[in-house]
Design a protein around this ligand. Structure first.
Ligand SMILES: Cc1ncc(COP(=O)(O)O)c(C=O)c1O
Length: 394
């Protein structure tokens, strides 16, 4: 009989990377998630957070979390379906639906769980789900959890999407799913063409706007708003863990679709609801975003400054028009070494390694926050450019 743990005993890749002194994961923060953090005893400029609007430290957001803890306690200890619904969950769903101009919102405990819960409920046995190859892992896992058939098209390749659509039998329902802003590359999906093809082939469209909400579109309303296609996207999925500075996720859709998911989604029904503090902080962050539509503009300006600074200093970046600016380091070994060097020089960035990317297209993913000062951005750009200009001693 084979030992089911054999794979664990044989898994030595981590030790190999640790022995080389370049293991990049689980660096512990000793301070708030902010533009500058204390990490392992040293100040670092944070260019690895998805706290795009910088709201994790906003006084109103923190105050709301504290109050909710006092009023509702530490947890809900149950599913939204049964004992775990707070009046505040309903308020969050209502306010977010109004902001996104959709009939209804359904909240889930995380963004990852939202994708599992939405896709597995909507894509049935005889349906097809068609994904951009660079879609987030949670979308893939949602597809796997569904009983439908998954097709993938080459990243941002609309001809390949059309081929996939043509291969689907007439009788099948189709859901096309794309990230709005791609999480690793920072590029924006070609929604006008996706929507056009969807109409032509009778498909529905779902956009994962984890990195679009608070970032692009009118007042930070996301990718569909950015293209003026709010009525053409059937399902928005998003998360509270990025611009809204909290934890949890959501689906925004028509009343009929929301009603169906609410009563058929196992990750929604069989999991505890968002904690009071997380719910209150997401609500407070949404209020700050509504009252300060200039925040996404600030974010855009600070990201543009970083992009220009990196290009001027000869750093090879993947072009984007968002606060996600990936820097090419190509192979995994160089990426690990560069991430470590940049970290030691005082900037935290995220290495992007296989399977998140192809082995020849590894990156250092930098991401920016609206409350970064110009001085901090310039300092970080200087550090990164200096490190990358030094040859690697292998
Ligand atoms: C595109 C995308 N979708 C979904 C998720 C999952 O969100 P959460 O971290 O809130 O579970 C993420 C987070 O990394 C993401 O980048």
């Amino acid at each position: 009989m084979a030992d089911i743990f054999e794979k664990c005993f044989d898994f030595t890749a981590v030790e190999e990377v640790k022995n080389k002194g370049v293991y990049p994961y689980f660096h512990a923060l000793e301070s708030r998630q902010d533009v500058e953090v204390m990490m392992e005893g040293k100040r670092r400029i944070m260019l690895g957070s998805n706290n795009y609007l910088g709201l994790t430290t906003h006084p109103e957001v923190i105050e709301a979390g504290l109050k909710a803890l006092e009023q509702y306690g530490s947890g809900c200890s149950g599913s939204r379906f049964l004992n775990g619904t707070l009046d505040m969950h309903i308020q969050l769903e209502k306010e977010l639906a109004e902001f996104l101009r959709k009939d209804e919102v359904v909240t889930f405990s995380t963004g990852f769980q939202s994708n599992l819960g939405i896709i597995s409920a909507i894509v049935g046995r005889h349906d097809y789900v068609i994904c951009d190859r660079e879609n987030h892992a949670s979308i893939y896992d949602g597809c796997k959890l569904s009983f439908g058939k998954m097709l993938r098209y080459k990243h941002a390749d609309m001809e390949d999407l059309e081929k996939a659509l043509q291969s689907v039998p007439e009788s099948a329902g189709i859901l096309i799913i794309t990230d709005g802003v791609f999480s690793m590359g920072g590029d924006i999906a070609n929604l006008p063409e996706i929507v056009r093809l969807a109409r032509q082939y009778g498909a529905r469209v779902m956009v994962d706007d984890a990195h679009g909400l608070g970032v692009i579109g009118e007042g930070g309303r996301g990718t569909a708003s950015y293209f003026g296609l709010e009525d053409e996207v059937d399902i928005y999925m998003g998360t509270f863990s990025k611009s809204l500075a909290s934890l949890g996720g959501y689906m925004a859709a028509s009343e009929r679709v929301a009603n169906y998911v609410r009563h058929n989604s196992r990750p929604f029904i069989f999991s505890a609801s968002i904690t009071p503090a997380s719910c209150a902080t997401a609500l407070a962050a949404l209020k700050v975003l509504r009252e300060h539509p200039e925040l996404p503009e600030n974010l855009r300006a600070i990201s543009a400054r970083a992009r220009k600074g990196l290009i001027d200093r000869g750093v090879k970046i993947r072009m984007s028009d968002t606060p996600i600016i990936p820097i090419y380091t190509y192979d995994p070994d160089s990426t690990l070494i560069r991430a470590k060097q940049v970290y030691e020089a005082g900037v935290y960035v995220n290495p992007v390694l296989p399977p998140a990317t192809a082995p020849t297209e590894c990156l250092l993913r930098t991401s920016y926050m609206a409350n970064l000062t110009e001085a901090l951005v310039d300092e970080a750009v200087e550090i990164i450019a200096d490190v990358l200009a030094t040859p690697i001693a292998l």
